[in-house]
Each structure stands twice: as structure tokens, then as C-alpha cells.
Design a protein around this ligand. Structure first.
Ligand code: SF4
Length: 283
């Protein structure tokens, strides 16, 4: 017993301070790719999930990136496109609208002129603006997390990677219960559902029935590339594709799988949506 207590004291607090403090992913972490406008960007055939698209008009070649489809494999940032694409480290990518995850840049065009270097006074101003923005975000998080949220987790046909990340939310490192967030066994006790995987035809009915069992207003959170877009699986005889093919989705969380902080961020985005829906229903 004494040894256990000593070990606990030696280990100290392991729980992350995210979202109150920024989280720094490990060096090997691969986030969303960043496309440099005006450079030689890769063709759609490079991407194994169809996340890259292109179109042409009088401005030149436009290259699109669908973050909901991207599995962050980094293939588009390999030779010979390493100058045009960098593997980013951003994981706070969750969006309420599918279109917000679509990015487009003009390739092979002159690069926009760089902004002039900021003077000392403007640097001070921007520092104040950043501090104010951070304070605003923290206040928003506090107001949003002022009450608890109960989610039902539903695997609609995933490979289990996203499910492991969701499970990690309950371990001592991420411990989402400290934020008033918990997972429940029954959809009837839930405020929403976090769905992983593409919606397989076998589980399509279960997805509908789970959604119907959750009291309204209810949230639908699509966790990971497969749930957000169909991902590597896409649509076919065995898969309906992304969750939004069968249910109205409130928040899309990109990633393959999204790291736990990315899911926490997505839930925060979702909580904002829940407030808006409740206001709508009571107005
Ligand atoms: S990182 Fe991989 S999945 Fe994402 S756009 Fe590039 S090639 Fe496609």
C-alpha cells in the first residue's frame, strides 16, 4: 500500500491541461497537409483517399484539399512535391459544416507578395490582440462547459482506431470527466452520439435507431475521416459512406484517427451547436 502511495506521489499529476492550455503533439505527429499557393502542387492521383481534386479556369489550376477525406498519410508531401506541400501539425480541425473542411489554392501561379515586416508598435498591438483573443476563447470554453454533456459512442463500422482514441478520453491523461463530459451506455441517457467509422449497410438501421432513441435536441458528432466522409472505404454495396449520408451531422472531426485533443476540440465545437439548437427550440 505504502509503495502504491509513494509511486503515485512520484508520478504526480499526469492529466493534460488541454483545452485550458495548448497541447503540443509529439515530433512524429502528422497533422493536416499545408498547400503552398503558387507552387507545383501534386495531382489528384497521388492521394489514396481522393482528398485532392483539381479544376482549371482562367486563373490557372486550382487544387482542392478535402480535410474530411484526408488521412494525413503525408504522401502528397513526398518527393517531388516536398517544396509545395508541408505536413502540418494542426489538429484543431473540427468543423460544423462539411464545406468548411474544403480548402482550395491556385497552383502554378505567382506567389502573393509577402507582407511587410511589422514594426515594433504593430507587434505590440498584435500581442495585445492575441492575448485578448485567448482570453475570449478561455471565457467561451468556460461558458460552454458550464454544464455536463453525455455522449453515446456508436461504432458504425470502423477499424477501431478512432474507438481507441475515444476510449483514451477516459484515461487519467485526458480524463474528459474533469470537463463534465462522459460516455453513457444507453442512447436514452445521452445528449448526443459520437459515431466512428463509415456507415456500413449492416449497421445503418442501428445508426438510425440509436439516433431516434436520443432525446431531442441531440448532437451527432462524426469522429474521424471515415465517419466524416467515408474515408478510405468510401461508398459502395457494403458502405453508405460518411455519417451525413444517413443522419444530420453537427460536427465533423477529421483525422485518421483524430488524436484525443482533436476529439475534445470537436466536442467543444459541438457544444456550441447544442446551445444554438436549444435556443432555437425554445424561441
Ligand atoms: S496527406 Fe495523404 S490523404 Fe491527405 S491529401 Fe495528402 S496524400 Fe491525400
Amino acid at each position: 500500500m505504502l509503495r502504491i502511495v509513494l509511486n503515485a506521489l512520484r508520478t504526480g499529476v499526469v492529466t493534460t491541461r488541454y483545452p485550458w492550455e495548448p497541447s503540443v503533439p509529439p515530433d512524429r505527429f502528422r497533422g493536416a497537409p499545408v498547400f503552398r499557393a503558387g507552387s507545383r502542387l501534386p495531382p489528384p492521383s497521388v492521394c489514396p483517399t481522393g482528398a485532392i481534386s483539381e479544376r482549371f479556369d482562367e486563373q490557372g489550376r486550382h487544387v482542392g484539399l478535402d480535410l474530411a477525406r484526408c488521412v494525413f498519410c503525408g504522401r502528397c508531401a513526398e518527393h517531388p512535391w516536398q517544396e509545395a506541400v508541408t505536413v502540418g501539425r494542426d489538429f484543431e480541425l473540427a468543423a460544423r459544416a462539411r464545406d468548411d473542411l474544403r480548402i482550395e489554392v491556385v497552383a502554378d501561379a505567382p506567389v502573393a507578395a509577402a507582407a511587410p515586416p511589422a514594426s515594433d508598435s504593430s507587434a505590440d498591438l498584435s500581442a495585445v490582440a492575441v492575448a485578448e483573443a485567448e482570453a475570449g476563447v478561455k471565457a467561451e470554453i468556460r461558458s460552454v462547459l458550464g454544464r455536463s454533456l453525455h455522449l453515446r459512442h456508436l461504432d458504425a463500422g470502423s477499424c477501431n482506431a478512432c474507438d481507441w482514441e475515444l476510449t483514451a478520453l477516459l484515461n487519467p491523461v485526458y480524463d474528459v470527466r474533469r470537463l463534465g463530459i462522459d460516455f453513457v451506455a444507453s442512447p436514452r441517457h445521452a445528449d448526443g452520439v459520437a459515431i466512428t467509422g463509415p456507415v456500413t449497410r449492416n449497421l445503418e438501421t442501428a445508426v438510425h435507431r440509436t439516433f431516434e432513441a436520443i432525446p431531442d435536441p441531440r448532437l451527432v458528432i462524426a469522429v474521424g475521416a471515415c465517419a466524416a466522409s467515408g474515408g478510405m472505404v468510401g461508398e459502395g454495396y457494403a458502405s453508405a459512406g460518411g455519417v451525413d449520408r444517413v443522419l444530420p451531422v453537427d460536427v465533423y472531426i477529421p483525422g485518421c484517427p483524430p488524436r484525443p485533443e482533436a476529439i475534445i476540440f470537436g466536442i467543444l465545437v459541438a457544444l456550441g451547436r447544442l446551445d444554438a439548437r436549444r435556443a432555437l427550440r425554445t424561441s
